[in-house]
Design a binder for this molecule. Sequence first.
Ligand SMILES: [Zn+2]
Length: 291
Amino acid sequence: MKENLKAMDNLYDSNHKNEDFWDGFLLSPLLAELFLAGRLGHAYIFSGAAALAEALALAKVVNCLAPKNGQPCNTCPSCKKVAQDCHPDIRVLKPDKDAHHIDAMRRLQAEAYLQAYEGGKKLFILVSAELLLEEAANNLLKVLEEPPEETIFILVCADGEKLLPTIRSRCQLFNFGGTADMVLDEAKLKALQPQVAEFLQRLPILTLTQVLQESRCEERDKEGWLHYLAAMTQIMVKAAKREQELSLSPQTSLKAALMIEHTGGLLRRNINQKLLLDIIFLRLWQYSHTN
Ligand SMILES: [Zn+2]
């Protein structure tokens, strides 16, 4: 599953300027609630496969001109600018030669205390935050200790545990996808692949009722579903990398893989399993029909 995380990170890089790419991605219900209640904090660590997509969805919704139920509209000028990576108040910081250096954090520090250009919120997204060098992390810590008004920092990483404890203690931690604590049986995953691939291949010709029937298969218990969804994600990541032929486009495959990581991760938290599976299969069906 670690491989999946890395692959998704790389694919994000090649796709994040595609305006429509993240449009189907929903902000997690918890973050949407916090936004609606006006209770967003100053600093977050987002980990897991869907962390970057969540950070971008949050970047959209905080300045969205017409948010709905705590979700960004994806069509207003502000949402479009975030999608095109050209919003003046949203900064996505990537590591420079495999590290975040102190210079970049000094620039962040200088920028963070300036007023937002567009009068809304400022948001800094630090991609692969585990690559912060110690000096750079200490500089960032100074900013987190005296957070500027109306500014949100999101540290995106595969594993939040790898960040300095001093940084962690200043941030709220959210795990999206959360594959780290999931022990999956490789043999089971492999055995499931042909069956899952066949289902995905037929997806575009199935009716919604047929697709939802699959989600109600009673032979699988929770563990069985976690394996099924993990096998599905593996296949879709391969399709997104063009290593496997699927009826879904590479772009749709990645979107679906992120959606499953995101929604499927909730299964382990004992949230209504039937409802979650229905949501996953409904979205899969929608994706396959708007391919
Ligand atoms: Zn909007």
